[in-house]
Ligand binder design. Sequence first.
Ligand SMILES: *[C@@H]1O[C@H](CO)[C@@H](O)[C@H](O)[C@H]1NC(C)=O
Ligand SMILES: *[C@@H]1O[C@H](CO)[C@@H](O)[C@H](O)[C@H]1NC(C)=O
Ligand SMILES: *[C@@H]1O[C@H](CO)[C@@H](O)[C@H](O)[C@H]1NC(C)=O
Ligand SMILES: *[C@@H]1O[C@H](CO)[C@@H](O)[C@H](O)[C@H]1NC(C)=O
Ligand SMILES: *[C@@H]1O[C@H](CO)[C@@H](O)[C@H](O)[C@H]1NC(C)=O
Ligand SMILES: *[C@@H]1O[C@H](CO)[C@@H](O)[C@H](O)[C@H]1NC(C)=O
Ligand SMILES: *[C@@H]1O[C@H](CO)[C@@H](O)[C@H](O)[C@H]1NC(C)=O
Length: 254
Amino acid sequence: MKFSISIIASLLSTTLALPVKLSNSTSNSTNSQEIVGFSDDFMKTWTDVTYPTIENCNATQIKLINKYYEDLLEVASIARSHLINEGVDEAFEHWFGDDGNPLTVLGVIDNIVEGKKDGALYRCDDIEGSCASHPTTWPGYHRVNASQETVICDLFFTSKKPIEDMCVIGNITDVGPKKFAGIDLFHRFLHIDSINKGFIAEYVEEKDELVEYAENNSSFAVINTDNILYYLAETYALELTPGGCLGDYDALSK
Ligand SMILES: *[C@@H]1O[C@H](CO)[C@@H](O)[C@H](O)[C@H]1NC(C)=O
Ligand SMILES: *[C@@H]1O[C@H](CO)[C@@H](O)[C@H](O)[C@H]1NC(C)=O
Ligand SMILES: *[C@@H]1O[C@H](CO)[C@@H](O)[C@H](O)[C@H]1NC(C)=O
Ligand SMILES: *[C@@H]1O[C@H](CO)[C@@H](O)[C@H](O)[C@H]1NC(C)=O
Ligand SMILES: *[C@@H]1O[C@H](CO)[C@@H](O)[C@H](O)[C@H]1NC(C)=O
Ligand SMILES: *[C@@H]1O[C@H](CO)[C@@H](O)[C@H](O)[C@H]1NC(C)=O
Ligand SMILES: *[C@@H]1O[C@H](CO)[C@@H](O)[C@H](O)[C@H]1NC(C)=O
């Protein structure tokens, strides 16, 4: 199913409730910087955003999932325009090297947002009991025999952060991209076969291996989940604040 009534309905209502855009005439800020970029314009990047269905989640959880889905779209939109406008820049080289294919990364982003999500489901009912058996370690999991179904555990809601916390709770290399709920949801789609299409996977996950992929294995870096997630986080941070908040990149390979 392309659209879930519940997520669309709630998404529309959250969209209407997005923060009021400040302009010179309505704000009395102490500096003269204009507030730009962080409006709901990211909703216009794609015409056919697809959504998973939400099942067995309560009102609080649905509200948070909708908010975090918007985070996913905002992060993806910013990474996408960064990629198109900057191409193989320093942020790109950090995660994909200087000979990684930028168009592969572009395709991954578009495919996550607009690709068919038939059968993709977020459920909060811990149907296989794995949240309960891993209460402090598993924010979510994919069902053993229905991997397109993502079970979201209570730990997801208590440990993941809204994208507004980027650069506030620490540098990216310290907290990791999956600390942000929207990026974590992006990563969960890449576990679904119909979305990763057999190409994108978690080939390596250790920080030093990600750096090694970027430096010595670009063709795998561009299809490795965590390399893509770090790029999303770094480009978002660069949009958020001059210089971003990547942290100590060189220390990653030590
Ligand atoms: C805000 O003020 C600046 C400087 O006066 C001006 O260049 C800019 O266009 C104004 N922005 C808006 C949204 O009115
Ligand atoms: C901005 O400051 C002016 C002058 O101090 C004041 O008259 C006005 O009400 C303020 N506007 C807002 C939106 O706070
Ligand atoms: C939804 O479930 C969570 C986790 O079990 C709980 O903390 C929260 O209070 C529930 N919200 C509602 C509205 O029932
Ligand atoms: C998954 O399917 C296999 C084979 O049908 C079955 O043996 C197994 O119990 C199933 N696992 C779960 C968690 O449902
Ligand atoms: C890349 O490969 C070279 C040659 O094998 C090696 O010296 C270097 O340490 C590798 N880079 C990383 C980041 O592992
Ligand atoms: C790149 O990574 C893949 C998968 O881990 C591995 O099979 C391949 O040998 C690596 N290539 C190089 C040049 O290290
Ligand atoms: C974050 O990284 C910057 C340099 O990019 C560094 O100056 C700062 O100390 C780091 N902050 C933390 C909390 O590690």
